[in-house]
Design a protein around this ligand. Structure first.
Ligand code: GLN
Length: 543
């Protein structure tokens, strides 16, 4: 079922196999019709994770990147819509040579083609394929059919892992294996025998129950893997290792650990660092959160949250993240003053009009009170607007996205986006993926990155309006980074502030747990330096 942890399980297995010396890549299959995640509301789907090559994908691709410490490309993301679209395009191009094109075998064949291509592109020894959805439902049937066909091609090349949930009903107080037994049966009826079952539950599964599942599911007992809830996701690979999952999977392939395999040392050090960081760094994320529960928020901004955590761990701290509702700041000055309780404030990416005046008020407050500020994409655009209004004295400065008739659109539509908007052409048409950026030597960002030429991932339609560049610069705004041709403003900063950086890109997508991202590391450092009042960390806050 969704939310049971298939993504983290796949990423963790991948990490273990990497540690054994194998090259690993991972594919996410989402059974929905959408061609990509770009047109979906974040409260519907969670975060849209942008790849280097500009695909708008599922958040699990982010988990793969973070766990495997490698870039995952567009070819590794598949939806029903995407698969059908390419089969139909090929049919229109006469690529099936006049044959009748049918759901079976042509759809599973296309799925297999994509899996093979992704493996080749990454030069992988092992390609992990995560099939979303639940076994037995209609939506993912063709993906399971493709998996079955792949196994038929070469029996020893394919290993199946079922991730199952084992409830512990509170009235009964004991773990129930029956749903898992039936999930195995349902998989069997799709022609698939799982080789392993990962038993997700509140608690570790005991031997008696492992045996039950093994006997009923026609499996080895040591292939029934315990996966209890733990403090944080980065412990999952170590837990799997305790169950010998990596070795057992390799054995199933007829392989063993490679000579000179890197092992899990770096990962163990990371987990040690996480578990021994006790002092807190408090970060507030300001957004339009009215009516969305904490769960929805952490799903919609997972890369931002992870990037903040990585940077905090980098400095031996625990991040305590609060969601701050921008709406409240529009009228409530007392609430606004609470911002000073934070080591740093982030305004993350966003779209539309709602909540922006509150965000702008928050930005004004942190600018004037010298609280470290990191603006991500919309957060950079709104910081520009705030500066234009309150420092450069441009009354009514705004973005075209907010008011297309306003006199001073300091943020405006990028010229190549005009046609897309006129034609309602919204799918995959933003400025997407990695673009280079050149940093100026006197900037804070250069200090953070330690190099002038960087590359970061983007997802936006609007940009800094160059008609206002000189005016804003002479009022004190620093243009800290631009596209190499100097046309597009990528980073703004305030020189007389401990840390005030707005970036047109999304650095969070490139943050990895072992080192953290330079910009987030520098932001957290500024927060720690600003107020070194330590709060002790309450572990129950860690989600
Ligand atoms: N809405 C803004 C734009 O389209 C910012 C996008 C974002 O924050 N990802 O440019």
């Amino acid at each position: 079922m969704s939310g049971v942890g298939k993504g983290i399980a796949s990423a963790s297995i991948g990490r273990l196999l990497q540690a054994k010396g194998y090259r690993v890549t991972a594919i996410k299959i989402d059974p929905y019709i959408n061609v990509d995640a770009g047109t979906m509301n974040p409260t519907e789907h969670g975060e849209v994770f942008v790849t280097e090559d500009g695909d708008e994908t599922d958040q699990d691709i982010g988990n793969y990147e973070r766990f495997l410490n490698t870039n995952i490309y567009s070819i590794n993301y598949m939806t029903t819509g995407r698969v059908y679209q390419s089969v139909i395009e090929r049919e229109r191009n006469l690529e099936y040579g006049g044959k009748c094109v049918e759901v079976v075998p042509h759809i599973p064949e296309e799925i297999i083609n994509r899996i093979t291509k992704a493996g080749k592109k990454a030069d992988a020894d092992i390609t992990m394929v995560e099939v979303g959805g639940t076994v037995g439902e209609y939506q993912n049937m063709l993906f399971l059919e493709a998996a079955r066909m792949m196994k038929m091609e070469n029996m020893s090349d394919v290993v199946f892992v079922l991730v199952s949930y084992l409830p512990i009903p509170s009235k009964i107080g004991e773990m129930k294996t029956k749903p898992t037994q039936y999930a195995i049966r349902t998989l069997n009826s799709a022609g698939i025998q799982p080789d392993f079952v990962i038993c997700r539950a509140d608690l570790a599964i005991d031997d008696v129950r492992k045996k039950k599942i093994a006997i009923n599911g026609n499996m080895f007992k040591d292939h029934i893997i315990s996966a209890p809830d733990i403090d944080h996701i980065y412990e999952v690979p170590l837990n799997f290792e305790k169950e010998k999952l990596g070795d057992l999977i390799l054995k199933q392939f007829g392989w063993s650990e490679r000579y000179n395999a890197p092992g899990m040392k770096d990962w163990r050090e990371l987990v040690d660092r996480i578990n021994t960081s006790t002092d807190e760094v408090r970060i507030g994320i300001v957004g339009k959160y009215f009516n969305s529960g904490d769960f929805v928020l952490s799903d919609s901004y997972i890369s931002v949250i992870e990037a903040v955590k990585h940077a905090a761990w980098h400095h031996g701290r625990q991040a305590k993240i609060d969601w701050l509702d921008a709406g409240a700041y529009e009228t409530d000055e007392i609430k606004l003053a609470e911002l000073k309780n934070y080591h740093g404030i982030i305004v993350p990416g966003g779209f539309g009009v709602r909540g922006i005046e509150g965000k702008i008020k928050a930005i004004q407050y942190v600018r004037e009170n010298k609280i470290p500020y990191l603006g991500l994409c919309y957060g950079m655009q709104l910081a520009t607007i705030e500066f234009a209004r309150n420092v450069a004295g441009i009354n009514g400065a705004t973005s075209t996205e907010v008011d297309e008739n306003a006199p001073h659109q300091v943020i405006h539509l990028m010229s190549d986006q005009v046609k897309n908007i006129e034609e309602s052409n919204y799918g995959s048409t933003m400025r997407l993926g990695a673009y280079p950026c050149v940093l100026s030597l006197d900037s804070h960002s250069y200090g953070a990155y330690g190099e002038t030429n960087i590359s970061e991932r983007h997802r936006h339609r609007y940009e800094f309006n160059n008609d206002y560049r000189e005016q804003l610069q002479s009022a004190g705004l620093r243009i800290a980074g631009t596209s190499p041709d100097n046309r597009l403003v990528e980073i703004i900063e305030l020189p007389d502030h401990p840390f005030f950086v707005g970036v047109q890109f999304h650095p969070e997508f490139k943050s990895r747990p072992i080192n953290g991202h330079p910009l987030f590391n520098s932001f957290i450092e500024a927060g720690i330096n600003k107020k070194d009042n330590l709060f002790s960390y309450d572990k129950s806050d860690q989600k």
